[in-house]
Design a protein around this ligand. Sequence first.
Ligand SMILES: Cc1cc2nc3c(=O)[nH]c(=O)nc-3n(C[C@H](O)[C@H](O)[C@H](O)COP(=O)(O)OP(=O)(O)OC[C@H]3O[C@@H](n4cnc5c(N)ncnc54)[C@H](O)[C@@H]3O)c2cc1C
Length: 262
Amino acid sequence: MQIIVCLKQVPNTNEVKFDTKTGTLVRDGVASIINPDDKNALEEAIRLKELKGGTVTVISMGPPQAEYALREALAMGADEAILLSDRAFAGADTWATSLTLAHAIKKIGRYDLIFCGRQAIDGDTAQVGPELAEHLDLPQVTYVKNIIYIDNDKAVVERALEDGYEVIEVTLPAVLTAVKELNMPRYPTTSGIMDAFNVKKVSVWGIAQLASAAGLVGLNASPTQVKRTFSPAVKGNGELLTGSVKETVQTLLKELQEKHVL
Ligand SMILES: Cc1cc2nc3c(=O)[nH]c(=O)nc-3n(C[C@H](O)[C@H](O)[C@H](O)COP(=O)(O)OP(=O)(O)OC[C@H]3O[C@@H](n4cnc5c(N)ncnc54)[C@H](O)[C@@H]3O)c2cc1C
């Protein structure tokens, strides 16, 4: 099977702290990592390659340092890596991101399966996978938590829902987006890490290599633009409710309803 995995390098948002005095995010020393759901997508792709044969190609659009995320993917067992990096791609919203990825995947040409993560922990939109499927005119299954059966023509997968799951049969090629329940990503081996830096290559494609996407990338091709970003206000002190159990529960429910939590 020829499998493509779309992988994003993200800041480890679990480590981003909030400075309550200045009201700003503290990003100093925050490591860049492979987006967690993308690691599950990558693990599944490598596992399928081990079962069925074929290749795993990882592709990422990002700044030059995104190469390290791709090297980590190579160390885990991916065969080929493509970094889409060019100033022309900068400022892309999800539409321009997914379109640029779609043009690159068309250029790669051979694929039975395209894997994305469900959602990136920085942008948090969960839009790129489904948009990619639309650009490539492929069927899609999002929130994939298990692959029950797969051959070159079809896959039967479990799609996670809030209160259970549904079993879906999909014809290949298709786009699947992975959730963390799908598997436990492996650690790279020492020889895998050596190969990732000494043997395997990361190809870098800019707009020159992606001529079909000219005019369709980056900020200018993005229907949405971020006008303002700000840190959410720090919550005030907690409030202790007093009175009988019935009264406090009623007050609590009222306050939660007023705040639209319930
Ligand atoms: C309204 C809006 C406006 C924005 N405007 C700007 C802007 O002006 N400038 C700016 O720099 N950013 C902007 N962004 C952020 C940018 O759109 C996203 O970082 C990017 O498009 C990916 O979206 P996401 O992080 O939500 O990924 P999701 O859609 O949550 O990601 C889902 C999956 O898609 C794949 N994927 C996502 N991004 C990539 C990638 N780059 N390479 C490979 N695979 C990927 C991964 O498999 C990932 O798990 C904007 C976002 C929004 C919502």
